[in-house]
Design a protein around this ligand. Structure first.
Ligand code: PMP
Ligand code: GLN
Length: 384
């Protein structure tokens, strides 16, 4: 049979999250791999969606999103980050952050463009770059604090570079970028006239009293930044697939050109429910953060008596683990062995790297799981 696959997608593989989840199912392993909570989001949000459905909010939403939702997003930016966002011209509601990334990459990148990607990276950025024919240049974040060489970043910017991709807070490391790092990235973006695409889906999942700083809130950065977020992360309902991209009007227009032929509009009742949910952040966030912080602390304290060394995450629901050196085994072998022999699934970190070998020595664990699942999973890790 002829190979019908388009050339440009031949480099894209099934995502590591799907691969590991399938292997976990096959071996009936506890799944601390793919990043999603195995518990439900708030009932009161579901009730709002149901109310919206029952009151006739069931036809297409406007392509850029339901107005009340866009207004709430704008209010959140004002209240939490002192940013003025025009709800009519600067917001696009998308089918999760995934679609926001797709529409943004396709709006700005074409064959031959270069973009800067910090590794380890959420692998969606790499796939989207490939789909657009753009070439990522990789800057490695180095252990223990996953920081980067400031001058290496500048040296990798060329005439073809169009954007720096930032993920703050960071998947998979749980890093919250320091103000110094953000200022340096902003300085280079301004000096070389680059866009910054900032994926901030874990903006509210920060620990130890850390507050998130959007790079768009730094001086003169709003005009060149596309900020992406996900209600799936903020409210622990990843299956709802509601996200958004915030950008100045001249950058929002191209994003919406792609968006209108990708999904056109996002499910209407869900947006009404999320408008209500965003309005409750003050009451919701302390409980949300406490729930996850307790899980993080539990996992970190238990792992002290294992052979894995954990890197402290300041945000997100991920922890990076160093594979014990004595095992003399790479991440893929270790993750496979853990699933097949120990009954516990994690993500081999080399999937998040293209340049450095550092990923071969690490696994990513997701702690957004019920306490009893975490307990059982950690026991299995300790047995390794
Ligand atoms: N960006 C990052 C960093 C993520 O971790 C994820 C999903 N885990 C996404 C984007 C995709 O978000 P969504 O589920 O809203 O499409
Ligand atoms: N982003 C999630 C993770 O990092 C997975 C999302 C997906 O499977 N597309 O685990």
């Amino acid at each position: 049979m002829k190979n019908f696959e388009a050339n440009r997608i031949s480099k894209i593989e099934t995502s590591i999250f799907t691969k590991i989840s399938q292997l976990a199912i096959k071996h009936k392993a506890i799944n601390l791999g793919q990043g999603f909570p195995d518990f439900d989001g708030p009932d009161w949000i579901m009730e709002e969606a149901f109310k919206a459905m029952k009151s006739g909010k069931n036809q297409y939403a406007p392509a850029n999103g339901v107005l009340s939702f866009r207004k709430e997003i704008s209010d959140v930016y004002k209240k939490f980050y002192s940013l003025d966002i025009n709800a009519d011209e600067e917001i696009t509601v998308t089918a999760g952050a995934t679609e926001a990334l797709y529409s943004t990459f396709n709006a700005f990148f074409q064959e031959g463009d270069e973009l800067i990607l910090f590794e380890p990276y959420y692998d969606g950025y790499f796939a989207n770059a490939i789909l657009c024919g753009a070439n990522p240049k990789f800057i490695s974040l180095r252990k223990p604090d996953f920081t980067f060489d400031f001058y290496e970043l500048e040296a990798n910017i060329t005439e073809k570079t169009k954007a720096i991709i930032l993920n703050n807070p960071h998947n998979p490391t749980g890093k919250v970028w320091t103000l110094e790092e953000l200022h340096w990235i902003a300085k280079l973006a301004k000096r070389y006239n680059l866009l910054v695409i900032s994926d901030e889906v874990y903006e509210f999942l920060t620990f130890d009293g850390v507050s998130h700083i959007p790079i768009a809130s730094l001086p003169e950065m709003k005009e060149r930044t596309i900020t992406i977020s996900s209600m799936g992360k903020t409210f622990g309902m990843t299956g709802w697939k509601i996200g958004y991209a915030v950008a100045p009007a001249n950058l929002t227009a191209p994003i919406q050109k792609v968006h209108q032929w990708t999904t056109f509009a996002v499910n209407t009742p869900g947006q009404h429910a999320m408008a209500h949910a965003l309005n409750q952040l003050d009451e919701y966030l302390p409980i949300f953060r406490k729930t996850y912080e307790e899980k993080r602390d539990y996992v970190l304290s238990e792992l002290k008596s294992s052979n894995f060394k954990a890197h402290l995450p300041k945000a997100s629901y991920f922890i990076m683990l160093d594979i014990p050196k004595e095992k003399n085994i790479n991440d893929l072998e270790c993750a496979t062995e853990l699933i097949e022999k120990n009954g516990i699934a994690t993500i081999p970190s080399s999937a998040f790297y293209s340049k450095s070998d550092e990923g071969k020595g690490m696994l990513r664990l997701c702690f957004a799981k019920k306490d009893e699942i975490l307990r059982a999973g950690i026991e299995k890790l300790k047995n390794y």
